[in-house]
Ligand binder design. Structure first.
Ligand code: ATP
Ligand code: MG
Length: 490
């Protein structure tokens, strides 16, 4: 029982996991996964919570998900919701999406739906499409027998989109697919491993997820250190769910994180990009950021930013990042759009500013210094986290427009205003104002510029000096004007 790290928490007797899958010589170098030590193969019977003893009702499940669940059920297959959606429903929250699992194989599933396609290479899944809504249907997965396999599977999940080169279906099926128990045990946290069965509307819990949900506890399934070693992204996920759910990391789940954080360096930058978006665009970015810093994880996502945070620790802390994240959270919670370009612009702004300062000290002009600093920071960042061009280009525009926002004379303000990145650059300016890095007067000027009509805009522009904030120039004009066409008071 103790082998699983879950036996001690009071569920009933054990069952035997099929031993056949483990009798391969690949086992010799590796434990079959932290969950199962060779020789100890018992797991707990699931706890089944009948429909009248939990709060999930079909009314809360999307129509499309119900269609998929019922079709699978009618075909005589296992048919369950699993993962985040069950967790969220049990907490009375609205799920982001609905994931379905079954014992049917991908090809079988596809044949049940006219609007379905098989995706993925080794871990083939089926996407059932209803207009823009996609319901993902997975086959119960086995516990991978070695670490490299698990890591690979996660990489694939993160970066595989459409798949052209389908591996012959049966080649991997034997290794890849498993029982429902195994499917539960290979998941990351107890609260993420609950099932909702459409056959009898019960909730099925193999791992003590329900008591953890009630206790507000995030707990790794199995041995935390081993599970983080298998897939270091789980450390980021731990922090993400703790922030999102307001849960506490259970002691053993939290304990190894600081020490194992460097393992994140081995995760592909493409997968890290996906994770960064989940971390900071989920509506809980600020809490997530604080936890990431607390557990020493942040430096593996944004090493240059971490360094600039340290520089400032003695005097003024760098506050742009938390401001930007609070802002992002507010937008997400208001259902306003957010873009990775803005997120990365904010995250990397301080390093860019510092680097720019150095180039200027070496005699470079401001414009060139900005471009060179952006190059440098982006290059460094890409070693850790991919930023696709479609986001890094606008990110750089947001940066380079910061200098231009101050130069408003002649046609400059109008040109800037028409730039497709103007709004983002303006929002970014507001952030800089909030932390005292840019002039309130400048922001006010742009705020007004956007609200008034064409004639007033022209007047605003003629009112400012060729460079600078315009105050002085205005006074000068006033003083001069009586000698010109100003009406006399006589
Ligand atoms: P969210 O609400 O953010 O989507 P989620 O729990 O649904 O949360 P997903 O990333 O969508 O998270 O993953 C779906 C499920 O797949 C998880 O609930 C978990 O059971 C399993 N899972 C995902 N990633 C991992 C991983 N790295 N290791 C183990 N299990 C994982
Ligand atoms: Mg999900």
């Amino acid at each position: 029982m103790g082998a699983l790290g879950i036996g001690a928490r009071g569920t009933e007797s054990g069952v035997i996991i099929r031993a056949a899958r483990q009798s391969t010589n690949r086992l010799q170098g590796f434990p079959p996964l932290a969950l199962l030590r060779t020789g100890e193969k018992t797991i707990n019977n699931p706890v089944i919570i009948p429909r009248d003893q939990h709060i999930i009702t079909r009314a809360q499940i999307s129509e499309n998900a119900l269609k998929v669940l019922n079709r699978l059920k009618d075909a005589g297959c296992a048919s369950l919701l699993v993962g985040g959606c069950v967790r969220d429903l049990m907490l009375g929250r609205e799920p982001k999406d609905f994931d379905v699992v079954t014992d049917a194989r991908p090809e079988q599933i596809r044949k049940l739906f006219h609007n379905a396609r098989v995706i993925g290479r080794r871990f083939r899944l089926v996407h059932v499409r209803f207009g823009r809504d996609i319901i993902e249907v997975a086959t119960f997965r086995a516990i991978p027998r070695d670490i490299s396999e698990e890591a690979l599977s996660m990489e694939e999940e993160a970066v595989t989109g459409e798949d052209e080169h389908n591996t012959p279906a049966d080649v991997f099926d034997h290794n890849v697919f498993g029982s429902q128990e195994e499917d539960a045990l290979r998941r990351d946290f107890t609260v993420n491993a609950l099932y909702y069965d459409i056959h009898d509307f019960s909730v099925i819990d193999y791992v003590g997820g329900v008591p953890d949900l009630k206790g507000g506890i995030l707990r790794v399934i199995g041995d935390p250190e081993a599970r983080y070693r298998e897939d270091p992204v789980r450390m980021l996920r731990a922090v993400r769910f703790a922030a999102k759910l307001g849960f506490k990391l259970e002691d053993k789940t939290a304990a190894p994180i600081r020490q194992l954080a460097p393992l994140l360096a081995s995760v592909s930058p493409a997968r890290m990009f996906e994770e960064v978006l989940k971390l900071f665009h989920g509506g809980y970015a600020l809490e997530t950021y604080e936890l990431l810093r607390h557990y020493g994880l942040f430096q593996y996502l944004f090493p240059l930013t971490e360094k600039s945070l340290e520089h400032e620790e003695g005097g003024f802390p760098v506050t742009l990042v938390p401001r930007a994240l609070a802002n992002t959270d507010a937008r997400v919670n208001d259902n306003k759009p957010v873009t990775p370009a803005f997120l990365f612009a904010a995250m990397l702004w301080e390093p860019v500013r510092e680097q720019m300062g150095e180039y200027i000290l070496r005699g470079m002009n401001g414009h060139d210094a900005m471009f060179r600093a952006a190059d440098y920071v982006l290059r460094e960042q890409l070693r850790h986290v991919t930023i696709p061009k479609r986001f890094s280009v606008p990110m750089r525009e947001i940066w380079s427009m910061q200098g231009r926002l101050d130069r408003r004379a002649g046609q400059q303000a109008f040109r800037l205003f028409e730039h497709k990145r103007f709004r983002a650059a303006y929002d970014f300016l507001l952030l800089r104002v909030e932390i005292g890095e840019a002039d309130q007067a400048l922001a006010d000027w742009w705020t007004r510029f956007q609200t008034v009509g064409e004639n007033d805009r022209r007047a605003m522009v003629t009112d400012i000096a060729p460079s600078g904030t315009g105050g002085k120039r205005r006074r000068r004009r006033r003083r001069r004007s009586p000698s010109g066409q100003a009406p006399s008071h006589g």
